[in-house]
Design a protein around this ligand. Structure first.
Ligand code: XIL
Length: 345
């Protein structure tokens, strides 16, 4: 009988986990782990665009409804993930409905984006606390993600109002979401911005510009798929400071901590020393989150998974490599990282 993590942390931010459907089944042991330690939930996959609207006009509500009801029954917040992304999005969004060999027009894509966002956000008005409105819109190579870096959104919608700026689809996505639920917290979410100064520069420039146009962005989401080897705390603090200086809040949206230093490393056995080191680093991260919680700008911290048995980092980005990035192990047993958070001494 171990302590309730969220309660032990005593923070004012919501503590969440990403889950798959099995965790919503009260007979599944993941469910108990979830309700005992966390007060926020995110669908790891089943509220993405391909899951919600696999074919045009045919929304699939069953799984998302189940999650929202589970959250309400257990007094948990919901982080909706995600309304617009270049990945896990059906092709039909980007093709001409009358001729699938042709791309959709700007008007078609804007209309589809509006319908997708507003149908979902209004159904869960007052029930989904926070939405990741757009996900990963910044390219690692600089600027907005485009066709060459894997996204059709920017290329097809482009500069709608003719002011020379091509981030209009992002602005529109936020406006559509705000219109459908004025009280939901709206987030621009991305990876690597805590560790790359140049990517954070792009994020800051983008959010500054969008806020100046009145775009309703409430927070920057830092995915934080970090590793035991970096980035260092000072750099993450600096990135958080830059977000706070824009006047928006901070959310840690997909936290996990790989035991690998990079993609070239082969699978290695998980040792006690390694897990201890991971525990120290988790502690340091949560100390940092507390600094921003104390300043009133940390909304939520979400782990990208409940336990190591369900991590998305198994076989990704390296096939045949297992990882151990979370607070509970493959048997759902609390790891040193968990103990470092509930009992820092
Ligand atoms: C991942 C899921 O965890 C995997 O199960 C799926 O195969 C791919 O997507 N950034 C995000 C998340 O915003 O949606 C991704 O989730 C992980 C990276």
């Amino acid at each position: 009988n171990i302590p309730d993590l969220a309660k032990k942390l005593g923070s004012s931010y919501a503590l969440g986990a990403a889950i798959d459907q099995t965790a919503l089944d009260p007979k599944d042991p993941h469910s108990e782990l979830l309700t005992k330690h966390f007060n926020s939930i995110t669908a790891g996959n089943f509220m993405k665009m391909d899951a919600m609207q696999p074919t045009e006009g045919k929304f699939v509500w069953s799984e998302a409804d189940k999650l929202v009801n589970f959250a309400a029954a257990n007094n948990m917040q919901v982080r909706g993930h995600t309304l617009l992304w270049h990945s896990q999005v059906p092709d039909w969004f980007f093709t001409d409905p009358n001729d699938p060999s042709k791309p959709a027009t700007r008007e078609q894509l804007m209309q589809r984006m509006k319908t997708h966002i507003q149908t979902i956000v209004s159904r869960y008005k007052g029930k989904v606390h926070t939405w990741d409105v757009v996900n990963e819109v910044i390219s690692d190579g600089g600027g907005l993600r485009n066709q060459a870096s894997g996204s059709k959104w920017r290329d097809i919608i482009g500069d709608v109002d003719g002011d020379g700026d091509d981030s209009d689809y992002i602005e529109l996505a936020f406006r559509y979401a705000r219109e459908a639920d004025p009280d939901a917290v709206l987030v621009i979410n991305d990876y690597g911005i805590e560790g790359s100064v140049s990517k954070m520069n792009d994020m800051v420039k983008l959010v500054e510009k969008l806020l100046a146009k009145g775009t309703p962005i409430d927070a920057i989401g830092f995915q934080m798929h970090v590793s035991m080897y970096g980035p260092d705390i000072k750099q993450i603090r600096e990135a958080f400071n830059r977000a706070a200086a824009l006047g928006v809040h901070i959310q840690v949206t997909e936290l996990d901590m790989s035991i690998y230093s990079g993609n070239s490393e082969q699978e290695k056995p998980v040792t006690d020393e390694m897990m201890l080191e991971q525990a120290y680093r988790y502690r340091a991260l949560f100390d940092l989150f507390k600094e921003f919680d104390d300043r009133g700008v940390m909304d939520s911290v979400t782990l990208w998974g409940l336990a190591d048995d369900g991590t998305w980092l198994d076989d990704f980005p390296v096939k045949g490599r297992k990882d151990a990035p979370l607070l509970f192990d493959r048997k759902l047993k609390a790891k040193p990282a968990y103990w470092a958070l509930v009992d820092p001494s």
